[in-house]
Design a protein around this ligand. Structure first.
Ligand code: NAD
Length: 290
């Protein structure tokens, strides 16, 4: 199938390469020209803008940082909406505010354009392996139609409900991940301050009830002092901000999310905003003096 793909960053680049490997013809665009060049080497066709992508493709995938980026890629100058024909389908795989997904979907529907919100979890390694988890909101028949294409990038693709539900699931995921990383960082810092080897503590507890994917992926990074992203603190702040706004708007209390937001804002103020979110351990090291 001929597909458009916009947003060739840490995630979009390997995801689009997997679509090419699966046999799709890909028309790609990013504001960063060197990212387009890398995809062209992998077999993609370069586009000059979102409007150029939409003039060539009836199905367009976007993988952009946040709500303002997707809004400008669709409705801004030279954006998708300028040239998209009625019947075009937009699959937004970015993690954004669920309310923005819903509103964009309604605006696009007036032009005969349909939309799914399909954010992912799993990070760069799973984007490379094609084993992401995708959570999808939108019309069920549209989900059924695009299931196989999404599976070209994933090992799990789950329908969650109406448009916006994919991003509600993603925000729930981000709450669990933030609190889980903080728990691992808190525990390892405590072990270190108690004079016990944190590496051995990790080995001792990872197979029990405390074990988790977060522990297996992030504890070794913390122990090595490796803060290379992966998933940047600034993107997690964006997600927690979206989660707080969404939760407050429906009176759903999220005290742990609010606390994690403060921890991440501290890390940003210390210059860690471009570091991986495993740098939460730096917060604990600072307050524990380890
Ligand atoms: P990134 O910043 O690495 O990539 C974003 C890309 O979008 C960049 O190449 C940028 O140049 C491009 N871009 C920005 N605005 C644009 C526009 N208007 N038109 C065209 N291109 C534009 O971000 P990422 O890490 O790939 O994350 C993308 C999304 O996936 C985010 O919503 C993020 O929260 C989510 N996500 C990231 C991870 C991860 O581990 N990095 C994991 C799961 C989900």
């Amino acid at each position: 199938m001929k597909l458009g793909f916009i947003g060739l960053g840490i995630m979009g680049k390997p995801m689009s390469k997997n679509l090419i490997k699966a046999g799709h013809e890909l028309v790609v665009f990013d504001v960063n020209k060197s990212a387009i060049d890398e995809l062209v080497v992998a077999g993609a066709i370069a586009a000059k803008s979102g409007a150029d992508v939409a003039s060539q493709c009836d199905t367009i995938i976007t993988m952009l940082p946040n709500s303002p980026h997707i809004h400008s890629a669709v409705f801004g100058e030279n954006g998708i909406a300028e040239t998209a024909k009625a019947g075009t389908v937009l699959i937004d795989m970015s993690s954004i505010d669920p309310v923005v997904s819903k509103n964009m979907g309604a605006q696009l529907e007036e032009k005969g354009i349909e939309m799914l919100d399909a954010p992912v979890s799993g990070g760069e390694p799973k984007a490379v392996d094609g084993t992401l988890s995708v959570m999808v909101g939108g019309k069920k028949d549209l989900f059924d139609k695009y299931y196989d294409i999404l599976m070209n990038m994933a090992s799990s693709v789950v329908y969650v409900g109406e448009l916006g539900s994919g991003n509600v699931a993603k925000l729930a995921n981000q709450i669990v991940v933030a609190v889980n990383i903080a728990a691992v960082a808190e525990a390892l810092t405590f072990a270190k301050k108690a004079g016990t080897d944190p590496e051995l503590v990790y080995q001792a507890i990872r197979g029990g009830l405390a074990g988790s994917t977060v522990m297996d992926v992030k504890a070794p990074m913390m122990l090595e002092g490796n803060y290379k992203p992966g998933f940047r603190i600034e993107l997690h702040i964006k997600d927690l901000n979206n989660a707080l706004n969404a939760a407050h708007s429906i009176n759903s209390p999220v005290p742990l999310t609010a606390q994690m937001m403060e921890v991440m804002q501290f890390l940003k103020s210390e210059g860690h905003d471009k570091d991986d979110h495993d740098s939460i351990v730096k917060y604990y090291e600072k307050i524990a003096g380890t």
